[in-house]
Design a protein around this ligand. Structure first.
Ligand SMILES: Nc1nc2c(ncn2[C@@H]2O[C@H](COP(=O)(O)OP(=O)(O)O)[C@@H](O)[C@H]2O)c(=O)[nH]1
Ligand SMILES: [Mg+2]
Ligand SMILES: [Zn+2]
Length: 363
């Protein structure tokens, strides 16, 4: 039996990526239907090879899942990344905020990436950094225009990491803050320093690693993705394909023969699929997957999905203050003082009103 990841499921076939060996086109045995178990993209699966030359096999076992997502349906997702562009198209911050809520509802750590910083206007990057610094998600600013950074994994931090910690660049699953340290170390050598965000933006959280320069963002983003399975979301035109291509180009050669099979049935599916990027890194492409609605959440609980409100919880005049209309509300005081982002707060009140409306129609 070989063990690998289900990277795509289409029309009764499952495509299983066996690292270093290849992708097998597999049928699920009746055993799954009997158990009522449906294999999901992201599942670790055991297969038996039926035809080595044609890379065909049978799916015979699903390894117990670490987690299971419902929107989109997928298994074993480590984290999520939502991509927006600074411009063309303009970012829709309401969709962004709904995404952050949906990921928290499913206990998936989320990160935000703003691409196309080359198109940003003066002050735009800083304003977004300020609005999202306390939202609980990591933040990256990048430009994929003419960028080779993601495609050449051997060239940057790994080889330039601090001599005291030669292993730092290779440790799988390391935190992005480690990456950030390595970034700073390598930049000292070039005399080109990017101060940590902590020094720049007062009150930024411990694990916040974003640097406001695109090149630093790309390095940090690479560290964030490495060795993980990351759900990639975002509207059309923001650079998702450019990003996945950049991540993939390093292994395109070794999978070239195989992708012939994956290409079959392309454009006929709008289901999630995993894109192997080598070294245990996978990106989950989610075509047509949007966050236009927040669901399955009592409006009174919405406030708990805003980490920037947390320091004020329990300090308002009323217990269970929704922070919308009540007098003596510490959250609204913080808003007036500029300690809570105006757009984040406005979107909160909109989503709250939506949830109230949904509840009205339910009864
Ligand atoms: N100016 C600029 N254009 C970019 C950048 N990244 C991607 N693009 C362009 O944006 C367009 C949409 O990118 P694509 O990856 O297809 O977006 P997707 O719809 O999210 O998959 C393409 O023409 C890309 O070349 C960037 O950082 N800056
Ligand atoms: Mg695309
Ligand atoms: Zn309040």
């Amino acid at each position: 039996m070989l063990i690998g990841r289900i990277i795509k499921g289409i029309a009764g076939f499952y495509y299983v990526d066996i690292p270093e060996i290849g992708i097998y086109e597999c049928r699920a045995r009746g055993i799954f239907r009997k158990d009522g178990k449906k294999p999901l993209v992201g599942d670790l699966a055991g297969i038996e090879v039926t035809h080595e030359g044609d890379k065909e096999g049978n799916l015979i076992e699903i390894i117990p899942r670490k987690n299971e997502l419902f929107r989109p349906a997928a298994a074993n997702v480590d984290q999520a990344l939502v991509l927006f562009a600074l411009r063309s198209p303009d970012p829709n911050l309401m969709v962004l905020d709904r995404f952050l809520i949906a990921m928290q509802q499913q206990n998936v750590p989320a990160a935000i990436c703003f691409n196309k910083t080359d198109l940003a206007r003066d002050g735009e990057v800083e304003a977004l950094a300020r609005a999202y610094e306390k939202c609980g998600a990591k933040l990256f600013f990048i430009s994929l225009e003419n960028s080779e950074e993601l495609a050449s994994p051997d060239e940057s931090t790994e080889t330039k990491a601090s001599p005291k910690e030669p292993e730092a660049g290779r440790r799988p699953g390391r935190t992005a803050s480690t990456e950030s340290d390595a970034t700073n170390a390598s930049e000292e050598e070039t005399g080109n320093t990017c101060p940590s965000r902590k020094e720049r933006v007062q009150g930024s959280s411990e694990d916040s690693t974003s640097c406001l320069r695109a090149a630093d963002g790309l390095l940090a983003l690479r560290g964030f993705l490495e060795g993980k399975t990351t759900l990639l979301a975002g509207p059309s035109g923001v650079g998702k394909s450019t990003l996945t291509n950049a991540c993939q180009s390093g292994i395109r050669m070794e999978t070239g023969e195989i992708s012939r099979k994956l290409l079959r049935g392309k454009n006929t599916t709008r289901h999630a699929q995993l894109i192997p990027a080598g070294g245990g890194t996978y990106l989950m492409d989610t075509p047509g997957f949007t966050f236009l609605e927040t669901r399955d959440l009592p409006k009174e609980n919405l406030r708990f999905f805003y980490p920037e409100f947390t320091p004020y919880e329990g300090r308002c005049r009323f217990d269970g203050c929704t922070h919308i209309h009540e007098p003596d509300c510490r959250v609204r005081e913080a808003l007036a003082a500029g300690d809570i982002s105006k757009t984040r707060y406005e979107n909160y009140t909109h989503i709250y009103a939506d949830l109230a409306e949904q509840e009205k129609h339910r009864y």
